[in-house]
Design a protein around this ligand. Structure first.
Ligand SMILES: O=C(O)CCC(=O)C(=O)O
Length: 275
């Protein structure tokens, strides 16, 4: 059982994140990386651009991570025992590519209300300052939602290049993780990440997010899986879990969910980015 300790709960409350938390072994992380790379080799477009969302619907190993009981215990400590998975994102930064994430608050654009939800960032490779780990503006989750510029800038891995101004970058905390560890972050904590300057890829598998059953999607529609407990609210359609790698029906389901997501992410925008 991996419920959060009182120190970890205090860190989350004070800083807006808790990290690192051990989830699975380095060998398991390698196996998962391998499955991701099998998908990339067999279907080179499947995980690119807006295909990076909801890979847990086509990959049994990413599905297993999404429903991992160590993760769910920690998540339960923050949002209660009735937990839904409402989506996942693969944040991959390849070596020698210019990928970064501008400082932003997830709650600004994800459409999940109220904020009884949490994001789990699971390290499939090590994640550190050299390869562009996430950095958190500690305590920023206590303020209201901030103004974000929409920069649509090159190399930005966010849909619209959403950017909070005047973040004191020298004061941000790097979330250094070994493969198989995770961090949890609050919907309103300001965070981002820099370039990968190493010679290997950095892979984060992000459950974005685990939501309480009382949480609605106010910008559109997304389907969910019941991860734990009971859903007395039934605000969202339920979808199944993959039994095998890359089954055609699962690929179609992922596409449908990602089409819904595009509507959420670009609602009210006359411009579209590549994610
Ligand atoms: O993977 C990254 O560098 C950033 C991910 C992120 O912004 C998030 O998980 O909310």
């Amino acid at each position: 059982m991996s419920y959060l300790s009182s120190n970890q709960l205090k860190q989350y409350e004070d800083e807006g994140f808790v990290s690192p938390i051990n989830i699975f072994s380095k060998d398991k992380a390698k196996e998962i990386r391998n499955e991701i790379e099998i998908i990339e080799n067999k279907m080179p477009e499947e995980l690119k651009n807006s295909g990076r969302y909801n890979a847990h619907l086509i990959s049994p190993l990413l599905d297993e991570v999404t429903h991992n009981s160590n993760i769910l215990d920690a998540v339960q400590s923050l949002i209660g025992e009735n937990i839904l998975v409402c989506g996942t994102t693969l944040f991959i930064k390849n070596a020698y590519e210019k990928g970064f994430v501008s400082y932003h608050q997830d709650a600004k654009y994800i459409g999940l209300e109220p904020h009884n939800w949490v994001t789990a960032w699971v390290a499939i490779t090590d994640s550190n300052e050299e390869n562009g780990c996430m950095r958190m503006w500690s305590g920023s989750h206590k303020d209201n939602l901030k103004d974000h510029d929409q920069k649509f800038n090159e190399g930005n891995l966010l849909t619209r290049g959403q950017t909070v101004k005047n973040v004191p970058k020298e004061k941000t905390t790097p979330l250094i993780l070994k493969a198989g560890q995770m961090s949890l972050h609050h919907p309103t904590v300001v965070h981002g990440s820099e370039l990968n300057k190493s010679n290997d890829r950095r892979i984060g598998f992000v459950i974005q997010s685990y939501i309480g059953t009382d949480v609605k999607q106010v910008l559109g529609k997304n389907s969910v899986q019941l991860a734990r407990g009971v859903d007395k609210f039934n605000y969202h359609e339920k979808i199944g879990r993959p039994q095998k790698l890359l089954e055609e029906k699962d690929i179609q389901l992922k596409k449908q969910e990602n089409d819904y997501l595009q509507e959420i992410f670009y609602k009210g925008s006359d411009k579209k980015g590549k994610f």
